[in-house]
Design a binder for this molecule. Structure first.
Ligand SMILES: Cc1ncc(COP(=O)(O)O)c(C=O)c1O
Length: 395
């Protein structure tokens, strides 16, 4: 038994490790009086775009809005289908449904747990417009195959990078593979803000401009877009409506979803540490992989060519619930990512999926447990987790 509980994640320790830089950055914003779309947002967009290796970044309110706005910018809506993985956080499919399109679910692989690229083509219909591979748990899907399939069928690739900031696949960062990508800065993410935050990444100036318009009420405030580009069937332009103030001309129905200036300042203070933090996560994962030798525990597979950043370390085992209770008794927190695969969520019942349709995702939902993973875990805590998992009796 540990004297103190070992948490699954811990954001306070990370704050402690960057306290001076974060406090300074926050105070500077407070004293500047520039609270909305200020210099920190602009600079962070540049810095993060450069870090990922894309031309444009558009800061938004959270990762879910990033997905919604990205889909809107691609023109996806009612009557369209979007393929994604059944094993992901609900927000991925919620965004598809929120723009009026239909989510189409594909199984994950049975060892890496990312979307099974070989299962995508069978789900493509003449209504399919895009595929959203989720870079799940910190690992990229087979982006080479997915981009090839998308090219062949004329589909957009929207990367969901909420769990994988800094992850690399075959030498290219997550977020630089598709037409557009969406990142979440939810506090527990590998790069976490002190509240909600998100960003959209793309090489396309056209898509970036559209996203900038959508994030501020569809106005010309910082998108400075042309009316006709958002309404291709209407040849008129903003001036034809007497527009001389872009802020108060609304080109399209959009959102109020900006990356907050305070959050951008905090993210700027943290970004230089991201690679180092991810490396620490990998080292913890190496210890887990080599030192957890309990035969009833299956480790996650890292695919060839993938640089996993272990947002979470997910093991699978037959008696998951008994394992979680046992770990709780040992004073070690565990989690489940995710307990209900999306094709079996009540809200998607009308799509007609049934149990057994996507067996790998269903297996992970029922048999997986995440064990503590964050860069500030101490060696002693890691050793305690390893010892506890090894002492679990599978019988
Ligand atoms: C895979 C995935 N997609 C999207 C999101 C949504 O991000 P946010 O919580 O910032 O809206 C999350 C966040 O948990 C996620 O894990």
């Amino acid at each position: 038994m540990e004297g103190r509980k070992i948490p699954l994640m811990n954001v306070s320790r990370q704050y402690e490790s960057r306290k001076d830089e974060i406090n300074k950055a926050v105070l500077e914003v407070l004293e500047s009086g520039n609270y909305i779309s200020g210099q920190n947002v602009k600079e962070f967009e540049k810095e993060f775009a450069q870090y990922i290796g894309v031309k444009h970044a558009v800061g938004v309110g959270n990762g879910t809005d990033a997905l919604v706005i990205a889909l809107r910018a691609l023109g996806i809506g009612p009557g369209d289908e979007v393929i994604t993985c059944a094993l992901t956080f609900y927000a991925t499919a919620e965004a598809i449904a929120n723009v009026g399109a239909k989510p189409v679910f594909v199984d994950c692989t049975d060892d890496t747990y990312v979307i099974d690229a070989d299962a995508i083509e069978a789900k493509i219909t003449d209504r399919t417009k895009a595929v959203i591979p989720v870079q799940l748990y910190g690992q990229c899907a087979d982006m080479v195959k997915i981009c090839e399939i998308a090219r062949k069928h004329g589909l957009f690739v929207v990367e969901d990078v909420a769990q994988a900031a800094g992850s690399v696949y075959r030498g290219k960062k997550a977020g630089s593979w598709g037409d557009i990508a969406c990142v979440s800065f939810f506090p527990t993410k590998n790069l976490g803000a002190a509240g909600d935050g998100g960003i959209i990444l793309t090489d396309s100036e056209d898509l970036a401009k559209k996203c900038r318009a959508y994030r501020v009420h569809g106005s010309g405030l910082d998108g400075l877009y042309t009316y006709n580009a958002l309404h291709p069937d209407d040849s008129r332009e903003a001036e034809d409506f007497g527009n001389n103030q872009p802020k108060y001309f609304n080109y399209v129905v959009g959102y109020n979803s900006r990356l907050d200036e305070l959050q951008a300042a905090i993210l700027r203070a943290k970004l230089p540490c991201l690679d180092g933090w991810n490396e620490k996560r990998r080292k913890i994962a190496d210890r887990y992989r080599t030192e957890i030798t309990n035969p009833c525990v299956k480790h996650p597979k890292v695919a060839e060519g993938a640089e996993h950043i272990f947002y979470v370390y997910v093991v699978t085992l037959e008696e998951r619930d008994r394992f979680r209770n046992y770990m709780e008794e040992c004073g070690i927190a565990t989690g489940v990512y995710f307990p209900i695969p999306l094709h079996l969520q009540r809200v998607f019942e009308e799509l007609g999926y049934k149990k057994g349709d996507l067996p790998h995702a269903e297996y992970v939902a029922e048999h997986s447990a995440a064990i503590p993973m964050f860069p500030e875990l101490t060696e002693e805590e890691i050793t305690s987790v390893i010892r506890a998992v090894n002492q679990f009796s599978g019988k």
